[in-house]
Design a protein around this ligand. Structure first.
Ligand SMILES: Cc1ncc(COP(=O)(O)O)c(C=O)c1O
Length: 407
């Protein structure tokens, strides 16, 4: 029998700044669903919620691995045939100085391990603003003070080099690039990658280049897909971990398969790589049977990507046209991934805007303040994965909401 009332178990205070607006909005959506409405979900970047299907040969490979008894622990860095396939992929990406490769439970775990292996208390890592919120969440978890640099909306959301220079501290150890970017859909130019490389050389930084959307480039030149430019290909000498994975390019976000490719000067990255491997061993391994799908995915037919990009281009164009023709809305055209990050000119916070939009029009987007933005600006993130008909309905709802609320 209890002798005293149970005392509250509190969460660690270092989590106070952990935000994940994308999922936090779910409670508002639940309210609306309980009232019997359907919500148009333009908030979660999961292609499998829409008309995209996993290539069958990839599913078959994972299924076969399970049937063949590959259900025990895998080697901590990953199974050899997957590591070899990722090495081949690195070569195709133009990365010539590969020093190490490891497989993780999604890029999410790569981010977690790579940041944890780098920073000591009092040090910091530069992260973009707006950013994909996992980076700040992991740094908060590690008790590291956030140090964010701006992406410049007036320059197609390129990193602002002057701001990066201003934000460098004696304790800055690394810089995060997200390219193609979530939430803006932007791509770094070669010149930008070169400038960041120069900065990294001068200040002894490691670059974490998150390239999880590298096969979802929506730009084309002379009828041909524009190739993605990997940071590590532009700066082979600079210590870098390139993040890649299966979730988006191969349409299996639920499998949790990602990887890190370490490149740069061999002596410079040696001790850090050993640190990463200590953490890799401590967490045992990434999902085992799914790793057998990495080689068939990277080396097998890539036909699905042609279809995915065709759909995404059409949906991006529709989104952009809507942004250009809607009062109070403007948007830098997305060039990769499946996100648009329009700016809105409204007299209240974008969080109120987004919550009221769900309540009144049953359309769910994510507020810019959930990703970070320059003071005085308001944005929202659209996931343009749904089909054209759904997007058209959602955009009509948003336009009507803007008209009615801010006459
Ligand atoms: C930029 C970026 N990095 C990493 C992730 C996480 O990917 P994964 O499913 O491989 O953990 C996402 C997911 O949306 C993302 O947008």
């Amino acid at each position: 029998m209890p002798t005293a009332p149970a005392r509250e178990i509190t969460a660690a205070s270092r989590l106070d700044n952990v935000r994940y607006a994308i999922r936090d909005l779910a409670c508002v959506a639940d309210e609306v669903i309980q009232q019997g409405h359907q919500v148009l979900p333009l908030n979660v970047g999961d292609p499998l919620n829409f008309d995209f299907q996993t290539p069958p040969h990839i599913i078959e490979a994972a299924y076969k691995a399970m049937r063949d008894g590959k259900n025990g622990y895998a080697p901590s860095p990953g199974i050899p045939e997957a590591l070899e396939a990722i090495r081949g992929e690195a070569v195709r990406k133009g990365i010539t100085t590969v020093r190490d490769i490891f497989v993780t439970a999604g890029v999410s775990e790569t981010v977690d391990l790579c940041l944890a292996a780098l920073v000591n208390p009092g040090e910091d890592v530069l992260t973009p603003s707006p950013d994909y919120p996992l980076y700040s969440a992991v740094l908060c978890k590690l008790g590291i003070k956030l140090n964010v640099y701006d992406l410049d909306e007036d320059d197609g959301w390129q990193p602002e080099i002057a701001d990066i220079q201003r934000k460098l501290t004696p304790g800055t150890r690394g810089i995060v690039l997200i390219n193609p970017n979530n939430p803006t859909g932007s791509l770094c130019t070669r010149q930008m990658l070169e400038q960041i490389a120069e900065l990294a050389r001068r200040h002894n930084l490691i670059v974490f280049s998150d390239e999880i959307y590298d096969k979802l480039i929506l730009d084309s030149e002379n009828g041909k897909d524009t190739p993605h430019l990997a940071f590590a290909a532009v700066a082979p000498d600079v210590p870098c971990v390139t993040f890649g994975g299966m979730s988006k390019n191969y349409l299996v976000p639920g499998w949790r398969i990602g990887w890190g490719i370490v490149s740069g000067d061999a002596a410079a990255v040696k001790a850090y790589t050993e640190g990463v491997h200590r953490l890799l061993r401590a967490r045992l391994c990434a999902n085992h049977p799914e790793q057998y799908a990495i080689k068939p995915a990277l080396e097998g037919p890539q036909d699905h990507l042609v279809e995915v990009r065709r759909k995404l281009r059409s949906r991006r164009d529709l989104t952009q046209k809507w942004c250009e023709s809607t009062p109070r809305v403007s948007c830098v055209a997305p060039r990769g991934a499946f996100y648009a990050y329009p700016r809105i000119d409204i007299p209240e916070s974008d969080e109120i805007f987004v919550k009221e939009l769900i309540r009144q029009k049953h359309v769910m987007v994510v507020h810019g303040s959930g990703f970070g933005q320059k003071p005085g600006t308001q944005h929202f993130r659209i996931v343009f994965l749904p089909d054209e008909q759904t997007l058209t309905r959602a955009y009509a709802g948003i336009a009507e909401f803007l008209r009615e609320r801010y006459r």
